[in-house]
Design a protein around this ligand. Structure first.
Ligand SMILES: Nc1ncnc2c1ncn2[C@@H]1O[C@H](COP(=O)(O)OP(=O)(O)O)[C@@H](O)[C@H]1O
Ligand SMILES: CC(C)(COP(=O)(O)O)[C@@H](O)C(=O)NCCC(=O)O
Ligand SMILES: [K+]
Length: 259
């Protein structure tokens, strides 16, 4: 059995798979760089017990992390509790795509972005042009053409914008990300809601327009926590794949280790 950890700046999404790619379970725990490998293991144990999954059967581990401190913690966890050295995702492992020679430092690229791109390649080998939008703590765009990564961008995640507006002002409340009843806000909360909601949609639509100018007819995939809500509002997005990253962990492990 394989366990995969997608360690983001807000959440750690964990997937447990059998050898023949069946996902036994997946769960989401908060990212906390202060926790130890023993504390994280206690989460895993509780959650897998609930699903009657025997963690002792895990003999393969894969880690995608954009939180360096936790990369080390989960390496310790892998050795201490699963007695195995994990596959740690980075630009140097075997990948189903190449980086354009214009990309200055592939090694600086977030592992989550590498996993997103890889899984899109595995899922859609027949599509020549793919745009991937990951609505994470930050929102990221990846542009791939003929299996070559051309580039992308990074912008503040939706909830980061909400948190920033709340934390940097004295009188503005924190709102949830949701579609307002009207764009003519009738109170402060509706004003914030409308600004955040349509501001986020506008940003994404504009960036899609910019990237489409460099492509013919890209297939546009979205993923990430907030992606579930915002993707419905953006017609240009062809498919929302909630499990892109966690599926990509399994695929990349298999592609590198042949379990
Ligand atoms: N199921 C969900 N529904 C709505 N928002 C979510 C959901 N899961 C996560 N989020 C929010 O989406 C944002 C990004 O989540 P996630 O993609 O897990 O981030 P990261 O990978 O950066 O840790 C966070 O602000 C999180 O609170
Ligand atoms: C852009 C990110 C913060 C997104 O991470 P997330 O929103 O999933 O927490 C992460 O991919 C990252 O730290 N990247 C390193 C810089 C780069 O990708 O160029
Ligand atoms: K992410």
């Amino acid at each position: 059995m394989l366990i995969g950890f997608d360690i983001g700046n807000t959440h750690i999404v964990t997937g447990i798979y059998t050898k023949n790619a069946k996902q036994l379970t997946s769960f989401r725990i908060a990212t906390n760089a202060n926790l130890t490998e023993d504390q994280y293991f206690s989460y895993l144990k509780t959650l897998s017990d609930f699903k009657h999954i025997d963690l002792k059967k895990i003999n393969s581990v894969v880690i995608s992390s954009v939180v360096p401190n936790l990369t080390n913690i989960f390496k310790f966890l892998s050795i201490k509790y699963f007695d195995t050295k994990p596959l740690v995702i980075n630009s140097k492992i075997k990948l189903p795509f190449t980086f354009s020679n214009k990309i200055e430092s592939p090694s600086a690229m977030g592992a989550d972005r590498i996993v997103d791109i890889s899984e899109a390649m595995f899922k859609y080998p027949d599509k020549n042009e793919i745009i991937i939008i990951d609505f994470g703590t930050a929102t990221t765009f990846e542009i791939v053409k003929n299996n070559t990564y051309l580039g992308g961008c990074i912008l503040p995640g939706v909830n980061m914008s909400i948190d920033a507006l709340f934390s940097k002002t004295s009188k503005l409340p924190k709102v949830r990300f949701e579609k307002p009843e009207t764009v003519l806000g009738r109170n402060t909360i509706e004003h914030i809601n409308t600004g955040i909601y349509y501001g986020a949609i506008g940003q994404i639509k504009e960036l899609i327009t910019q990237y489409k100018a460099h492509l013919d007819s890209p297939y546009i995939i979205s993923t990430g926590g907030v992606g579930k809500i915002i993707s419905h509002e953006i017609d240009e997005i062809d498919e929302y794949i909630e499990t892109l990253a966690v599926d990509g962990l399994y695929s990349l492990y298999q592609y590198n280790k042949k379990i």
